[in-house]
Design a protein around this ligand. Sequence first.
Ligand code: IPE
Ligand code: IPE
Ligand code: MG
Length: 232
Amino acid sequence: PRYIDMENKIPLHVGIIMDGNGRWAEKQGKSRNFGHRAGRDRMIGLAAHARDRGIKYFTVYALSTENLARPQKELDSLFGLIRRYFASNIKKLYKENAAVRTIGDLSLLPDDIAKLLTDGEKNSPQNAGFTVVFAIAYGSRAEILSAVNKAVERGEILDEAGFEKLLYTSGLPNPDLIIRPGGETRMSNFLTYQAAYSELYFTDVLFPDFSDAEFDKAIENYAGRNRRFGKI
Ligand code: IPE
Ligand code: IPE
Ligand code: MG
């Protein structure tokens, strides 16, 4: 609906679970890898669009810890896409004063990819106007356990602020809105702690078909919600 005042209701941080690439490709008799390539292209388009909409943090769930148990052939093609994405897009993002950040367990990834991700973060502009956060080899359970284990090792009793510093997402605001295309209404181990008060938006549209207009629908839907955070 047009009457919603979008100006004041733009989420600061949007997370997206990029799901449905495989089914999108299989529906057309194509390989799952073809679907992942289309998903990568859509992700690039959406990041630019999210920025145009005034969103400051855009987190893309690209690979879960559970996805790492997929057949090696599919993983190799996903790793190939990640490599090429970083090789050809990172400079463009920097030029546009965008930063990249990775959340996940990089030790589970091939060494060269882990290095691309760490360097991508390290070389990012300071005070960027927009940050793309890549959740790669990411799992909330692993993240929470690693934070707990760090605290135990240090013998520390933590409050929320102290605990949040030990999460992969340290320094990032919590997601205001989490979008999941692809038809499943679950979180699949994405930002469990951080999403405690996130607004959730699910749609059957498969990720490669999740257009800028579909994204705007999600943002409009978000703008019409009343976030009470337990208050009245
Ligand atoms: C892409 O979607 C997300 C990744 C795990 C890389 P899927 O590969 O899960 O696609 P579907 O769900 O099988 O259609
Ligand atoms: C969630 O999608 C993970 C990513 C999009 C990276 P999945 O396809 O792995 O989720 P499930 O298996 O349907 O829960
Ligand atoms: Mg899936």
